[in-house]
Design a protein around this ligand. Structure first.
Ligand code: 5GP
Ligand code: ZN
Length: 114
């Protein structure tokens, strides 16, 4: 399948990865919309939240817990977690991804290490 995030998930396309395990990969957005902008994706191809099925519970849970851990490691005091769903919801890449947006406050480096 010609999906750019599947390629990033498999490591076939380069990404500024901050965390990876068997189920998910987290990497910095190439066009950041916040001082810290990280995307968390499942390695399995799921198109969007609108395409979720009940056996995706673990994956969704993994995305959210991964986001929480990354935000804590970076030292974000507050942040937004966003799923864009469908074109009218601002989704451009049709592979599920959770946006972590933050770093507006004091003391967070734009390129903070995780
Ligand atoms: P969407 O609008 O689909 O919710 O968000 C897609 C995000 O992926 C955008 O913020 C965009 O900047 C980011 N993006 C698109 N292509 C790439 C890429 O090749 N590498 C990285 N790191 N981010 C990408
Ligand atoms: Zn994909």
């Amino acid at each position: 399948m010609d999906c750019i995030f599947c390629k990033i998930a498999r490591g076939e396309l380069a990404s500024d990865t901050v965390y990876e395990n068997n189920a998910v990969r987290a990497f910095r957005d190439i066009h950041p919309k916040a001082p810290v902008h990280v995307l968390v994706i499942p390695k399995q191809h799921i198109e969007s939240i609108a395409h979720l099925e009940t056996d995706h519970n673990e994956i969704i849970s993994a995305l959210i817990y991964t986001a929480k851990d990354i935000a804590a490691k970076i030292g974000l005091k507050g942040y937004k977690l966003v799923f864009n769903v469908g074109r009218e919801g601002g989704q451009v890449i049709d592979h599920l991804h959770l946006h972590i947006l933050g770093g507006w406050g004091e003391g967070v480096e734009k390129k903070a290490e995780v």
